[in-house]
Design a protein around this ligand. Structure first.
Ligand SMILES: [Zn+2]
Length: 156
């Protein structure tokens, strides 16, 4: 729910700054979905509903990549999707700086994989909107997990 609120908020900002034409545009839904995905992602490190759905989609993705002969991309997806399982619950996926670092690495990696060149287009406003959706979606999870306090003097 937190991810949904954050996602529609960022997608709404996308409309305000003129990067997304309207709520009906696919970018609005994709930006909101990015925030929702990253708000659920941290709990992929434990037996949870998001984890089961995450790995169901990973398996579908791996099958699709295998059938279309994209072994290199499939291997990357397999390695990346196992990373949350290397640590205990609320390990690295709940790290303070991970929401900033991991989506940046992922974005640069995806850019290199698909665009195969470095260009100023990297930092297009729409890319920054997607990156913000990932970062803020992820931080929404950490905030709601109680890892950050809006009011530090609150009792447990
Ligand atoms: Zn969590």
């Amino acid at each position: 729910m937190g991810g949904l609120v954050t996602g529609s908020g960022i997608a709404g900002i996308g409309i305000l700054v003129g990067q997304i034409p309207s709520v009906l545009h696919p970018h609005w839904w994709a930006v909101a979905a990015t925030a929702v995905f990253f708000s659920l992602f941290p709990d992929v490190d434990t037996d949870s509903l998001p984890a089961r759905w995450f790995y169901r989609f990973v398996v579908l993705g791996l099958i699709a990549l295998a059938l279309t002969g994209q072994q290199r991309l499939g291997l990357s997806l397999a390695i990346l999707s196992m990373l949350p399982l290397l640590d205990h619950h609320r390990g690295w996926t709940h790290g303070r700086w991970m929401p900033l670092i991991a989506p940046a690495i992922l974005g640069v990696g995806a850019t290199l994989a698909w665009r195969e060149e470095i260009s100023p287009e990297w930092f297009a406003p729409l890319d920054i909107l997607y990156y913000s959706a990932a970062v803020l979606g992820w931080y929404t999870h950490l905030l709601l997990d109680g890892l950050f306090r809006l009011f530090p003097q609150d009792l447990d």
